[in-house]
Design a protein around this ligand. Structure first.
Ligand code: PMP
Length: 437
């Protein structure tokens, strides 16, 4: 492959899993984005479903993995498999180096000042539970307020609800308009003297809305309130810089960024993480244990009880190397082209309504088709090889806001093509025909 290829090689990404290289400088927006070359890196894309070429448009749920990620995990299991930190032997040293290297890769990916501020977790769900448990619970008093938004995924609602139930705190919710954009004035109004923490999704998984998190953080900080950002849907599409955002906590899941399942990261400001009690107890997270008392390891180990997902971390580092080599700006530009094409194609379909029309939107379309249940839409599309998601998208409150039990959602990733957008539109015309009979 030529050095200017848009497709990172498996070996370069895999080797950077154990010895991460500096992030690739971002290339000019969308210059020479060769989507076919990118697709060649993803084995799972080259299959048929129900006799049709697979069009995988369920990236909001999880992404397919490039060969580089698969190879990095295989390489780890074939050569370096050992437990980390405690071993004195060669394999354990290599595994530890790869694990520490993966943390450094995540640190760079998030723009975090220090590896001590990067905690490996299973994903966003665990990250938010950690913060709700270890940061919020000990601080919350009866009548205190946790400020969320109407757009949140259940992962950014239920952990706070659990904390509120135990402490007598209450949830306050920022509403959105008919486009699915947060009402900023309402946010400022709700940010009150009892607000103890704000939790907001960077990008809505149900509607695609990109929320003004920077401005929200600034307003919260003006009142001394910390902010947790759920970056599950942002990390694959937007360059994240936790220092520029000045967020207090930021969470993302590896599997949505072309990495493995079961691994993700929580960024937290060191002063906050330092002051928080452990989330889980066990090995790895202690300094000294007696039956009378135990003391905790330094950050980030204090929050990483038990044997970590070393292979997952190695795979995640390979995924980060992969997207960085492609360039997040170019990925975003490519996906924006797909979003515009899909929005235009779907707008032409009679009886179809797009739900979520925010001016700043990530590459997904949520929609309803008059007279057809979203699950039926999904099933008929599936029969044509088109994988989409139908349901409430783990965001029941936002569905309720729009008076809908469910939508169908097509979510695009870095390997999707305009031909797949056309296939989606053609597939939806077929759905209409089936139901017109
Ligand atoms: N938040 C958002 C916005 C999401 O889209 C998701 C995953 N659908 C989550 C949180 C939870 O992520 P995970 O299941 O990887 O923990």
């Amino acid at each position: 492959m030529s050095p200017d290829t848009t497709s990172p090689t498996a070996s370069s990404a895999a080797s950077s899993a154990s010895a991460p290289s500096a992030p690739a400088p971002s290339a000019p927006v969308a210059a020479g984005y060769d989507v076919e070359r990118v697709r060649a890196d993803f084995p799972a894309l080259h299959q048929s479903a129900h006799g049709h070429p697979l069009a995988y448009l369920d990236n909001g749920a999880t992404t397919q993995k490039p060969r580089a990620v698969i190879d990095a995990e295989v390489h780890f299991y074939e050569h370096d498999c050992a437990n980390v930190h405690r071993g004195v032997h060669a394999l354990s040293e290599r595994a530890t180096r790869a694990f520490d290297g993966a943390r450094a890769a995540v640190q760079r990916f998030l723009g975090a000042p220090s590896p001590r501020e990067v905690v490996f977790v299973r994903g966003v769900t665990e990250a938010i539970n950690l913060v709700a448990h270890s940061y919020a619970r000990p601080r919350l008093r009866e009548g205190d307020e946790i400020l969320l938004t109407q757009l949140e995924h259940h992962a950014n609602i239920v952990p706070w609800q659990l904390a509120a139930r135990e402490t007598g705190a209450v949830l306050k919710v920022v509403p959105c308009n008919d486009r699915g954009e947060l009402l900023f004035e309402e946010y400022l109004r709700l940010l009150g003297p009892r607000t103890r923490i704000v939790g907001v999704g960077h990008v809505s998984n149900a509607l695609g809305t990109v929320n003004p998190v920077r401005a929200m953080i600034e307003a919260a900080h003006a009142q001394g309130v910390p902010v947790l950002v759920d970056g599950a849907q942002a990390a694959p599409h937007v360059r994240i810089d936790v220092q520029a955002l000045d967020c207090d906590f930021y969470a993302f899941s590896g599997h949505k960024v072309y990495g493995p399942t079961g691994i993700g990261a929580l960024y937290g400001k060191e002063t906050l993480l330092d002051a928080m009690p452990p989330y889980q107890g066990g090995g790895e997270m202690i300094r000294r244990v007696t039956f009378q008392e135990s003391t905790w390891a330094a950050l980030p180990m204090k929050f990483e009880a038990g044997t970590p997902n070393v292979a997952g971390a190695v795979g995640l580092a390979a995924a980060i190397a992969y997207v960085e080599a492609l360039g997040l700006e170019r990925i975003a530009a490519h996906e924006h082209t797909l979003l515009e094409a899909a929005t235009a194609a779907l707008a032409d379909l009679p009886g179809l309504r797009i739900v979520g029309t925010a001016r700043d939107k990530a590459s997904l379309v949520s929609f309803v088709l008059e007279g057809v249940h979203p699950h039926d839409v999904g099933t008929i599309l599936d029969r044509q090889g088109i994988a989409v998601r139908a349901g409430h998208h783990c965001a029941m409150p936002v569905m309720e806001r729009f008076g809908l039990p469910a939508t169908t959602r097509a979510s695009f990733g870095l390997y999707n093509t305009l031909a797949e957008v056309e296939a989606l539109a053609a597939g939806l015309r077929k759905v209409r025909e089936v139901f017109a009979r």
